[in-house]
Design a protein around this ligand. Structure first.
Ligand SMILES: *[C@@H]1O[C@H](CO)[C@@H](O)[C@H](O)[C@H]1NC(C)=O
Ligand SMILES: *[C@@H]1O[C@H](CO)[C@@H](O)[C@H](O)[C@H]1NC(C)=O
Ligand SMILES: *[C@@H]1O[C@H](CO)[C@@H](O)[C@H](O)[C@H]1NC(C)=O
Ligand SMILES: *[C@@H]1O[C@H](CO)[C@@H](O)[C@H](O)[C@H]1NC(C)=O
Length: 443
């Protein structure tokens, strides 16, 4: 009996110890679990808040702009004498971007311009709408080039995210073969190991376009890129122009801070107001790198490693109103309007690059790259309409490579006189009927 109770007592002690052990284990585990949950929770909260912060900017802007989101949709369609593959290959992020979440950099070119694309995308970090002219067998090389930049570069992820490619060609200069399904597009072969990039594998003289003496319809490309954009604001640029960093964020902050800057759409109560936001353009010596920010740019300007764009060929084409003030401004973190001007007087020959809400007149498609005046004719129409140019600081564009000088042997020169005649005899009289006359305006 005594023995029995002793055994029981032992059992009880053992049980008690095991029980204690379990309890402490539970407490410790519970604590560990709790704190890790807390950490995860805190991280999620922080992410939400920062996500909400950007959402908030674009949400408030969306209400102010009254813009609509729309997806990018692939279409094959006729466009004048061209076939257009609109949104042929879409940027994964651009495809669903909200209308007030970014500005679309709209550009154009043929495949020989692809070497500029990585740098543009790295600096812009937002949707790019890229219209490519690719008649005949240039189409195949353009496709090879698209696959190459989307898959073989260190910037390929960015390019896949942001760049939307449109391809167009005259119906009289069809490619032999087009990939028809999405699968065929995706499976278009590429070779990242190749010693030469497809877009650097031939000279201009070898191109279908050159062999068939086709002129480059730059304004068709510009319009295609513009019309395809799904953001409220666009920035129509040439692909050799590199934007300064953080431009979009600063621009949106400026608009939210000063809502009166948002172009009025003339909805009955207010009068419609025509307004665009140009930035100054510079060019840098062939051997210099492209300045990352204004401080670097200013240093380069001091020693002539950078100069205002086309200083030696057409000084007044790119001189912006308020240039002296622009150079003087030291606060580079906040965007502001440095000057407001019409394209008149000293600025009557200006060929500005600007951010706009895409409501300015389209580019006249009768004017080619070779014939020049392709931007000036649009700004002439804008002058007749009374557009006001609000010059932005500290945003800028840099042209590379090299500094342009007058070249009297430029083969394009023979197209200039006929283009000027077309503008004088046909286009200007049409514009006067459409937009009215103003003797202060010049092409
Ligand atoms: C963002 O903020 C709003 C209001 O402050 C809130 O109602 C909403 O739930 C937040 N969204 C997220 C994803 O946290
Ligand atoms: C957005 O931000 C503003 C100012 O920072 C704030 O007043 C407003 O409540 C925010 N709205 C939402 C939906 O978070
Ligand atoms: C370069 O051009 C040659 C001759 O046209 C062609 O055979 C070759 O496949 C091309 N290489 C690339 C990478 O496009
Ligand atoms: C730029 O700053 C200098 C020195 O402060 C001043 O003399 C000059 O008038 C300023 N120029 C403009 C255009 O503001």
């Amino acid at each position: 009996m005594i023995l029995n109770s002793l055994v029981l007592k032992r059992y009880f002690e053992v049980f008690f110890l095991v029980f204690l052990l379990c309890c402490s284990c539970f407490l410790v585990l519970n604590n560990v679990l709790n704190s890790s949950q807390l950490a995860t929770f805190k991280r999620e909260e922080a992410a939400k808040v920062s996500k909400n912060f950007t959402n908030n900017i674009s949400q408030r802007l969306k209400v102010l702009l009254g813009c609509q989101d729309r997806p990018l949709i692939f279409e094959k369609r006729q466009y004048g004498n061209y076939w257009l593959l609109k949104n042929f290959i879409r940027g994964r992020l651009s495809e669903k971007i909200g209308c007030s979440e970014a500005i679309t950099y709209c550009t154009n070119g043929d495949y020989t311009f692809f070497d500029n694309l990585p740098e543009v995308v790295k600096r812009w970090f937002a949707p790019v709408s890229f219209a490519i002219f690719a008649p005949g067998y240039d189409f195949k090389i353009a496709m090879d080039s698209i696959q190459y930049v989307r898959n073989c570069l260190k910037e390929s992820q960015l390019i896949q995210k942001y760049v939307t490619f449109h391809i167009y060609f005259p119906s009289r200069h069809m490619p032999d073969y087009l990939p028809i399904t999405e699968e065929e597009i995706d499976n278009w072969p590429y070779d990242c190991q190749s010693s030469v990039k497809p877009y650097e594998n031939s000279t201009r003289a070898d191109m279908y376009k050159t062999k068939n003496k086709l002129l480059y319809p730059i304004n068709v490309g510009r319009n295609i890129a513009r019309e395809a954009a799904n953001t409220h604001f666009v920035f129509v640029c040439d692909i050799e122009l590199f934007p300064s960093k953080n431009l979009i964020k600063q621009f949106f902050r400026m608009l939210l801070h000063n809502k009166a800057l948002i172009p009025s759409r003339g909805n009955g109560e207010e009068e419609e107001e025509y307004r665009v936001f140009p930035v100054p353009v510079f060019e840098v010596a062939k051997t210099s790198s492209v300045p990352e920010n204004k401080a670097e740019l200013l240093k380069m300007l001091k020693v002539d490693l950078a100069i205002p764009f086309h200083k030696f060929t057409c000084k007044n084409c790119h001189m912006v109103p308020g240039y002296g003030k622009w150079l003087n401004r030291t606060n580079v973190n906040t965007m502001e309007i440095i000057a407001v001007s019409k394209r008149e007087g000293k600025f009557a020959s200006w060929e500005p690059f600007y951010i706009s809400d895409n409501r300015e007149p389209m580019f006249d498609e009768r004017v080619t790259w070779e014939g020049q005046s392709n931007k000036r004719i649009q700004n002439y129409a804008m002058c007749l309409l009374g557009f006001k140019y609000h010059v932005l600081h500290p945003a800028f564009l840099v042209h590379t490579p090299g500094i342009k000088r007058v070249n009297l042997k430029d083969p394009r020169l023979k197209y200039v006189a006929p283009t000027n005649a077309l503008i004088r005899k046909k286009i200007i009289p049409e514009y006067h009927i459409l937009y009215g006359k103003n003797t202060n305006c010049r092409v």
